[in-house]
Design a protein around this ligand. Structure first.
Ligand code: GUN
Length: 294
């Protein structure tokens, strides 16, 4: 078997063009143009690329965006002051603090500082708590992107055994909460695996839908996958590759070729979940602007 490739670029382009229509309609009806403030601290090259991609996608969807950059040695106090000023700035309906922050800064404090009405990344404890309880809220972008890839490719998680490898606050934990909800796109039986899981391959082989989100390059090999499984790769890892001009290439947490030979469907890296994360951010920013105009 050769797996069907789930093309995140195409699915995300559909979502973003739907958002562009809705943004134009919101502006025509209310005069409100959605605005996103992106906060980037330091000079991590991957984070800079992600933020640039997010702002470019905003532009294309008719959403105003601005990047606020702080130096790598910025203090917590400076970061707090910036977030406070963005909370009060009516031009911005959404605020995104790109993670990871430099090690001396407290990420929890930064995220909790964001006004929950502007938490378009869905990472504030209020957003995550509301999601856990099945209340309307901003969904975290990567988990929401995974759910949309599944639904829009015809793989409804309802009744399926979903195995998630990874328990981060950005992906693994909220994704488990999202897919177990009693609501459309949910109703899965979810198992979460992590570094202390015994007999990991025994569990991953039970997955109808296997989701890798632990950030370890090519850690999931074909022997860990049931024939016919749907495989979602959330990992984006840079590995050295002297044959490339940049000196590196991107690989996921899945060992792509051997797993693709065995799976029913698989997301590639790059071009899988990454663009979906951006599309969900656009969606959330539009939603925040709508709520502010209501
Ligand atoms: N770093 C990696 N993924 C994300 C994300 O979805 N949002 C933010 N803010 N930072 C990230």
């Amino acid at each position: 078997m050769t797996a069907r490739i789930l093309n995140g670029n195409e699915l995300a382009a559909d979502l973003r063009s739907e958002a562009a229509w809705d943004t134009a309609e919101l502006f025509a009806n209310t005069g409100v143009r959605p605005g996103l403030a992106a906060v980037l601290v330091g000079d991590d090259p991957a984070s800079s690329v992600y933020v640039r991609n997010k702002c470019r996608a905003c532009d294309e969807a008719g959403i105003f965006s601005e990047t606020f950059q702080l130096p790598a040695d910025a203090t917590q106090r400076e970061l707090t002051a910036l977030i406070n000023s963005l909370n009060a700035n009516r031009a911005f309906h959404g605020i995104l603090v790109q993670l990871p922050l430099p090690g001396h800064l407290n990420e929890t404090d930064a995220i909790e500082r964001i006004d929950p009405r502007k938490d378009v990344d869905g990472l504030h404890p209020i957003s995550q708590g509301r999601m856990l309880q099945g209340q309307p809220t901003f969904l975290p972008c990567t988990p929401a992107g995974v759910q949309q890839v599944l639904l829009r490719s015809g793989y409804d998680p309802a009744g399926q055994h979903v195995v998630i490898v990874g328990r981060s606050n950005i992906v693994g934990k909220p994704l488990a909460a999202l897919l177990m909800q009693r609501s459309p796109g949910g109703n899965a039986t979810v198992t979460v695996c992590h570094t202390r899981t015994r007999d990991l391959p025994d569990i991953t082989r039970q997955a109808d839908i296997l989701i890798a989100a632990m950030g370890v390059p090519r850690a999931i090999g074909a022997e860990m996958v049931r024939p016919g499984a749907v495989v979602i790769d959330v990992g984006i890892n840079r590995v050295d590759d002297p044959s490339r001009r940049r000196g590196y290439r991107l690989v996921g947490d899945i060992d792509f070729e051997p797993v693709a030979a065995k799976a029913e469907a698989i997301t590639p890296v790059p071009g899988g979940i990454g663009p979906m994360t951006v599309a969900m951010l656009i969606n959330n920013t539009l939603h925040a602007a709508r709520l502010s105009a209501a």
